[in-house]
Design a protein around this ligand. Sequence first.
Ligand code: NAG
Ligand code: NAG
Length: 536
Amino acid sequence: MKQAYFLPFYIGILAWACVFCVKAEDPYRNFNWVITYGQISPLGVLQRGILINGMFPGPTIECETNDNIIINVVNKLDEPFLITWNGIKQRKTSWQDGVLGTTCPIPPNSQWTYHMQVKDQIGTFSYFASLGIHRAVGAFGGFNIQARPVIFVPYLKPAAEFTLLVSDWWTSDHKALRQRLDSGKALPKPQGLLINGSPRATSFTGQTGQRYLFRVSNVALTTSINFRIQGHTMTLVEIEGAHTLHESYKSFDLHVGQSASFLVTLNAPAKDYYIVASTRFTKPVLTATGILHYAGSTAKASLPLPIGPTYQVHWSLKQARTIRWNLTANAARPNPQGSFHYGTIPITRTVVFANSKANIDGKLRYAVNKVSNVNPATPLKLADYFNIPGVFKLNSIKPMPPVGPVILTPSVIGFTLHDFVEIVFQNNENSIQSWHLDGYDFWSVGFGDGQWNSTLRKKYYNMNDATSRHTVQVYPKSWSSILVSLDNKGMWNLRSANWPRQYLGQQLYARVWNNEKSLFTEYDIPQNALRCGKAK
Ligand SMILES: *[C@@H]1O[C@H](CO)[C@@H](O)[C@H](O)[C@H]1NC(C)=O
Ligand SMILES: *[C@@H]1O[C@H](CO)[C@@H](O)[C@H](O)[C@H]1NC(C)=O
């Protein structure tokens, strides 16, 4: 009796408390990551790699929707270090994003702890070192978020899951690669392609008749890949956190920075089969293989390797249009993904970003709307928070491609919190582009050839069941359009996922803002925030 009497009171207290401690009820996962140099030889040549807790690739983060992820990063390198979390939305806290515009680098021989919550997210993601060209020699890994047990996932539970990270590789030291970029030269072509750190040796074992989930991420610096498994079809079930319609593919293109999950049933004669990743739109074509091993079998995989597309651009574009959102499937929360009718929301603003290559004082640079980003010593987010003048100019980048020469400056565009924005990526170059937005997922609504104009919306936009994702490709001499609901306040990196381009200026920051200071829209600066530059 007494208990019952007090119950409403306790619930009231709980509800009240939770306004301030929403995070407290979700589980915590703690990691301590020590970053060191170590000798590795993925292509048979001994070289200096960057390891996480002695591992190359780094450990895979396995977690569940809404978990709090606490990662203490101990930097034992001889240079500053940061990690960014590719596709983890960092709701209300761009402070944790781990890029130079939001976070001071972790100095050598010191540590810093990331605090993030994978709020309302499911799916296959990745992480990687974000400074310089560190990720060319390691410091990347998988980041998998399972749905909570109470959420019905729109596919049968696999017998096991495999995480595959595909990367391009150089046998050069990262300092040599960086020096080359700093001196204004392009990176040389990659020398090899790896699956989980090896060009040939990675093996996955399954039982005949069982179904497996392959979580595949393109963590390459420069190249799109095609992925396929000999003798098997792959059913796409998830792409960057969105459940898709269950389309079957013989092979699938993943562009730089993208991830996808496939269900594969082991329904072929029991033996070994080649898993293949090969580069797209490159000459020569680089290939990495792994093995899908049927438990108990002894027959080796047989050549030839299954073929995949190499240069065919139109093939890729056509395939991209087959990727569809399952409107009735649950999202990370128990509501249908399609309950948010993005196609009916009025667009409040359109911006067009055109990439270009420039030569400035004899050095190669890359630009967006004629601005080649440079990172000031003071992170933009800290300059904003502490009102430090002279670090960046808001709207230093124009919302439409301007005429005139390329300039070097911190590149920042202002948006109003809750804007619903159409971003068109216009690629007038001959190479494929890959664009990534931190802090969000966006609807990848359209791809087309040539110059974009507003009349193309009607013909080419999927306003019904395009998937939401964090990275979109832009084909050569083409455009790609995205729609994004800017509901996450902060300073967010919009970048070329192609790392040398990003490093040499093809990136900018979207400052999503309103003047009302409230912890409901943005968390305060973390107590452990590092100080650097003018924020020291
Ligand atoms: C979409 O999701 C629903 C609900 O989970 C599921 O029943 C259906 O099979 C899925 N449809 C396709 C085509 O994948
Ligand atoms: C828009 O682009 C299409 C395709 O390139 C072209 O046919 C059309 O004339 C353009 N419309 C305008 C108004 O520029």
